[in-house]
Write a protein of this length. Structure first.
Length: 375
């Protein structure tokens, strides 16, 4: 599936240097406010915009190139980022590598210099520095003998199939609560703005199992929930659908505004984690927001299920969520000497503590050191 094996980041925001850091199928990142979790997540967001040829817009809307280098341009004249991917080729068991550097320009943009390679070959350039990535341009690259897909294909395939989910906006005007085009079903969007169409497609055009799994998961958190209604309407030439639902013992159609923020957010999470064809890597920032403690336990089980089918990266601050995972699943984000560091925990370092305390308790008591650092 082209999962991420290792990631290298040098000079990106608060991350001064993260060298060949290993990622596993399940990665739970925890840290205090300002530790750097969001900056790490932003790297994945940035790569997605690069694959979509929307990089400069991303840079501009996030403050321009000057806001990205670690401690400013004088200390960090360029940013370097690299990924090692597992090969998703049936003809190879090796790794594919993608590296790029970002050099700021005088007008607040970045120039991108990109290379790719298969583990036994030397680096191949994507071309001279450019304002937009050439990931998309090389998506159909063939191997040197034209027998198989080339490295550019596998790198683009891995990155373009990531999805960063962020379900914080659950206001009355949030797109997840409103009508959406019924044909918008290629993938569940990062803000779940097309969740009604996505669920409708799963129910009527898929085998129905994934849809029923989602319904069953929602019932565990919302016990009076019976099923989705997914009401359709015509809007001119277009057909639209909305996330309505049925309550047990009532034929009154419940509307999105009847759902609490936590309830609709859990529906989005369950759909993202139980979808039949998941992204190559699922990244979720603070999924526990607004959820009841019992719902957090169910969320953890869904994350574990998803990690058996794809790669999962989660950023959290919830001790209750940490309690549901093995200590080896957890990565601690800290601030040290003004920079973000990331460390995967080892069970042998906490064996005696785990006899009497849960992982969440060790985090709360700062035995697992990761609290606020005053510099």
């Amino acid at each position: 599936m082209g999962a991420i094996k290792k990631i290298t980041i040098k000079g990106f925001k608060s991350i001064r240097e993260l060298d060949a850091f290993e990622l596993k199928p399940l990665n739970i990142i925890v840290g205090a406010n300002g530790a750097g979790k969001s900056n790490l997540i932003q790297v994945f967001r940035m790569l997605l915009t690069m694959a979509q040829k929307n990089f400069q817009t991303f840079i501009t809307t996030n403050g321009g190139a000057d806001s990205f280098p670690f401690n400013g341009l004088k200390q960090t004249p360029s940013i370097e980022i690299g990924f090692e991917f597992t090969s998703n080729s049936s003809c190879s068991q090796g790794s594919n590598f993608y590296d790029f550097s970002l050099s700021p320009t005088v007008d607040g943009k970045f120039l991108i210099t990109e290379t790719r390679r298969y583990h036994t070959f030397s680096n191949q350039s994507y071309g001279p520095p450019s304002e937009e990535s050439r990931l998309y341009d090389m998506r159909k690259e063939r191997s040197h003998n034209d027998r198989w897909n080339g490295i550019g294909y596998f790198v683009y395939d891995a990155i373009s199939r990531w999805m960063v989910y962020h379900f914080q906006d659950t206001s009355e005007y949030a797109s997840m609560r409103r009508y959406t085009g019924i044909e918008d079903v290629e993938k569940l969007r990062g803000d779940a703005g097309n969740i009604a169409a996505f669920l409708y497609d799963l129910k009527h055009k898929n085998d129905g199992k994934s849809y029923q799994d989602i319904v069953n998961a929602v019932k565990l958190v919302i016990p009076f929930f019976e099923d989705f209604r997914l009401d359709k309407r015509k809007q001119g030439q277009a057909e639209q659908v909305k996330l309505s639902w049925k309550q047990i013992g009532s034929d009154y159609p419940m509307q999105p505004y009847h759902l609490s923020d936590g309830s609709i957010r859990f529906i989005c999470l369950a759909t993202a984690l139980l979808q039949p064809y998941p992204p190559s890597t699922i990244i979720i920032d603070e999924p526990e927001l607004g959820l009841h403690p019992e719902a957090i336990g169910i969320l953890a089980e869904l994350l574990k299920i998803a990690a058996t089918r794809t790669q999962v990266i989660v950023a959290t601050q919830s001790p209750l969520l940490l309690d549901q995972f093995s200590i080896e699943d957890i990565i601690i984000a800290r601030r040290k000497d003004g920079a973000s560091t990331f460390e995967r925990l080892k069970k042998e370092d906490y064996t005696s503590w785990l006899e009497n305390y849960s992982v969440g308790e060790l985090w709360t008591k700062n035995v697992i050191e990761g609290g606020t650092v005053h510099e």
